[in-house]
Design a binder for this molecule. Sequence first.
Ligand code: PLP
Length: 348
Amino acid sequence: MIDLRSDTVTKPTPAMRRAMAEAEVGDDVYGEDPTVNRLQERAAEIFEKEAAIFVPTGSMGNQIAVKLHTRPGTEVIIEERGHIYNFEMAAMSAVSGTLARPVKSSDGSGILSWEDIAGALHVGGAYYVAPTGMIALENSHNLAGGTLLTAERTEEICERAHAINLPVHLDGARIFNASCALQTPVSALSRPVDSVMFCLSKALGAPVGSMLLGSRDFIDEARRWRKLLGGGMRQAGVLAAAGFVALEETPKRLPEDHANAKRLALGLAEMPGIVIDPERVVTNIVIFDVSQTGISADEICARLQARNVLASGFGSSIRMVTHYDVSSQDIDTALQAIKKSLEAGVQT
Ligand SMILES: *Cc1c(COP(=O)(O)O)cnc(C)c1O
């Protein structure tokens, strides 16, 4: 199987397995797991933030941030396809009592400008309008096709937001992909934000875990909410050990995933009925529209599965994600399978 559904499907590498087997552990609820502590310190150092906390999932990291930055009855400004709004079970309302204020990016890239955000702000206006509590950014933007938020844009948004006392959280599930594509250190992409979450379990290839980073006070409070949400783990060093290897080793090989995604996009652009702009594929996510093929996305995905290629259908689009378990040879094989699946034509 060539599994292009997501970069979450990677299996731990032999180096990760070894590190897990040999990990020194303790009870992390007591703060006594040396491997978790080492991972947290190393992440904080790389991101140049005061502190970091290991969380079981990216969703938990994001939702703790929403909880700490907002009060019930406030709104969270987020791009309309953002993960925090669309794929986290309405947790922002269930956990924090907040409402999403989804905003379109004016250029369609999924990347918000300050002007996009400004149109949705409720600050110091009529008392009967819910005030804005925070701004959520995403880099790279998953559902927009792995698009990028530059350090300059992030800085501008944060500067304007902070001037009116609004916190900014960055969903950086794939911030290392963004860093690689922009050739900008992750610290520069996250320096101005109040908090940032990144996933060890996506493109970095660890089996489990994400990190939430911010000020020391913010992370101390995050630890309380992690426990409340059921995320206080015990000998979590077994997991953190794999995360440490992922953090140190994987970022340098991400250019390979990006080259594979570009190769896939260029191949797709040649196929009749498939709509994709390969210029916009700059990280490891490839999203293409299939409505002009006359075959539904689900049907194409089913045909691909019969040819040992897995992809995800979303409405009239298909998403394919490259990762370290996919080689350039696999991309060529997948392209052949897609071609064959389309040639089969419309089934009645
Ligand atoms: C995957 C992902 C997350 C977190 O997902 P979990 O499955 O909860 O770890 C958050 N944001 C984005 C953009 C993601 O792609």
